[in-house]
Design a protein around this ligand. Sequence first.
Ligand code: GLY
Length: 412
Amino acid sequence: MKKRITNLCFCLGLLALGSGCNSGNTSGRAASGDGLDSLIASELAFAAGQALLLDSQCPDTLFPRTFEQDSVRCSRSGWWTTGFFPGELWYLYEASGDDLFRNRARARTAALTSEQYNRNDHDLGFKLYNSFGNGLRLTGDSSYTPVLLQGATSLLTRFHPSVGLIMSWNPNPGRGWDYPVIIDNMMNLELLFWASRASGNPVYAERAIAHADKTLANHFREDNSSYHVVSYDSITGQPQAKETAQGYSNASAWARGQAWGLYGYTMAYRETGFARYLEQATRIADFILQNPNLPEDKVPYWDFDTPDSLKVYRDVSAAAITCSALIELSRYVAGEQQQFYLDSAVQILRSLAAAPYRAEKGENGGFLLKHSVGSIPHGSEVDVPLSYADYYFVESLLRLKRLRAGEEVVKQ
Ligand code: GLY
């Protein structure tokens, strides 16, 4: 594997080119008069108040998932989103230094401990890296390391060498899916890259790279949009079906899937330094940002190919994931491209921080953002708050804050 890219070493490269890490204007280093620093500060303060409200809505053994019919819906640890609220609490501890958030994050992280042994789906990265991973980063608590390593080992049990990918969901005979892999799975690779660094065992990263490469080969269309699900023949390892589960159609570009791909390949570039991942990330960013169906406020409809007659629901979660990814991606490119990605991220952030997307203090059950979509085809979580929208919104605030302070955007 090539040398890992860090924001710092990239910044040094830019400095050598006479450009500089925070070249550009208002969205780089703090510029007076753009109001962005005070927006970041006020949104983080708002998030802190809301998170304490949300924290009071589910017992420590359960996890806030969404807010429907005037009540917070909590889930058990096995649901794929359970790492996001503990992760949000860790971010708020990072932002405030307040021990209250550290203690609440620690309690909610502890409730995910058993997930390290869960081999039933691929979402261990979401569950464990956002919770235990952020906790380890911020506290250095060495008891978190074996949990993360066991989680990475459990995740690798879903990697079958005959296919060369991590199986996302279990086989689904009803859909004819022998070995389904979803674009979302790119996100779980971050745990594997971390595991190789922490353990010195290259196998985790090697399998993450195999997964990212085969996804690159088979998940993308000519226009750089991605399929949601590619199912493989478990014996030959060849793609058998390219379909959707949560998008509008098999041929459409499900908005959150594009966001997962963007974030996933940006992260994979950070971890490997492979140009092919950076190129893919920029191609996805351009698909999203130059898409004629992206509304002016840059908060996408739930699917980029939603027909006009069905253009009702936005997906704020897709916007928040895209925002955070673009802030990072902007550090790996230069010039106008850097400015375009950063300006787009700031525009998304400003959209999300205002009506109709941002909740008012004390409402929304304690969630920060409204108007996300879980899965329209399943009739599940339509136009509601979702814990992952909030997580990536807070992550975006922190990333932008660091960037404007001249710090590395991604802390590891
Ligand atoms: N990873 C599942 C989803 O994005 O809905």
